[in-house]
Design a protein around this ligand. Structure first.
Ligand code: AMP
Length: 214
C-alpha cells in the first residue's frame, strides 16, 4: 500500500505518518526530514536548501525529485511507502507517478488532513523536540511529563525548528496555498483522495484514517 499524506504545515502529517508507518509496516519518506538531515551534515544539497527552508519557500523540484527517486529505488519494503511532505507541486506529483509507474507501482490512497489555518501558527510556534532522540512536544498540548526532561530518553536539551517562527510559518502557509493546494484536484480527479479532520485529537485522527484505509 502506497500512501500520500497531504495538508498544510502543522496539520500533523509527520505524527500521523509515523503512526501509520508503524501500524501498517510502511516505510515513511519525509522530504522535510531528509532535507533537515542534509542541512545537519552540511552536504551540498543541504547548503542549497538551508536558506530556502529558513525563508519558508519550497526547495526546487529537480533537487527534491532526485532525492526522493533514490529513496523509492532503494526501498525494499514490500508493504509500501507513506509519503509525508511530498509531492508539494504539480511537477513533483507528475514525477512521482512516473517514478512509481516505471516500477509497476502506484499510489493507493491520498489522505488530505484538513485544519483551521488560524490555529496552525499557534500549533507550530509551540512545538519543540528532544535534541537527543527527536521526540516531539508542544508547550501547551503535549509538554513532557517532567518539565525539562524528555519522556522517552531522559534528555534535558530541546530544540525548535528554525522555520517554526510565526513569520516563516506564514510564508510556509502561503507556499502551501499557492503551490501545494493546486495538486488536490489532480488527486481527487484521478484517484481516491479522502479528507480527514486534522483538528481532532491525535489518536482520533489516526483511527479515522485507519478506518478509511480498511
Ligand atoms: P516540512 O518538514 O515538510 O514542513 O518541510 C520543511 C521545509 O522543507 C519546507 O518548508 C520546504 O522548504 C522544504 N521541503 C520539504 N519537502 C519539500 C518538497 N516536497 N518540495 C519542496 N520543498 C520541500
Amino acid at each position: 500500500m502506497n500512501l500520500i499524506l497531504l495538508g498544510p504545515p502543522g496539520a500533523g502529517k509527520g505524527t500521523q505518518a509515523d503512526m501509520l508507518a508503524t501500524f501498517f509496516g510502511l516505510t515513511k519518506l519525509s522530504t522535510g526530514d531528509m532535507l533537515r538531515a542534509e542541512v545537519k551534515t552540511g552536504s551540498a544539497l543541504g547548503a542549497k536548501a538551508r536558506g530556502i527552508m529558513e525563508s519558508g519557500q519550497l526547495v526546487p523540484d529537480d533537487l527534491i525529485i532526485e532525492m526522493i527517486a533514490s529513496c523509492i529505488d532503494d526501498n525494499k519494503n514490500r508493504h509500501g511507502i507513506i509519503l509525508d511532505g511530498f509531492p508539494r507541486t504539480m511537477g513533483q506529483a507528475e514525477a512521482l507517478d512516473e517514478m512509481l509507474g516505471k516500477r509497476g507501482l502506484e499510489i493507493d490512497h491520498v489522505i488530505q488532513l484538513v485544519v483551521n489555518e488560524d490555529e496552525i501558527v499557534e500549533r507550530l510556534s509551540g512545538r519543540f523536540s528532544c535534541s537527543s532522540c527527536e521526540k516531539g512536544y508542544h508547550e501547551t498540548f503535549a509538554p513532557p511529563k517532567r518539565k525539562g526532561v524528555c519522556d522517552k530518553c531522559g534528555g534535558t536539551s530541546f530544540s525548535r525548528r528554525t522555520d517554526d517562527k510565526p513569520s516563516t510559518v506564514r510564508a510556509r502557509l502561503a507556499a502551501y496555498n499557492e503551490q501545494t493546494a493546486l495538486i488536490l484536484p489532480y488527486y481527487s480527479e484521478a484517484r481516491s483522495l479522502v479528507k480527514v479532520d486534522g483538528m481532532a485529537e491525535m489518536d482520533k485522527v489516526f483511527n479515522n484514517i485507519k478506518n478509511l484505509l480498511g
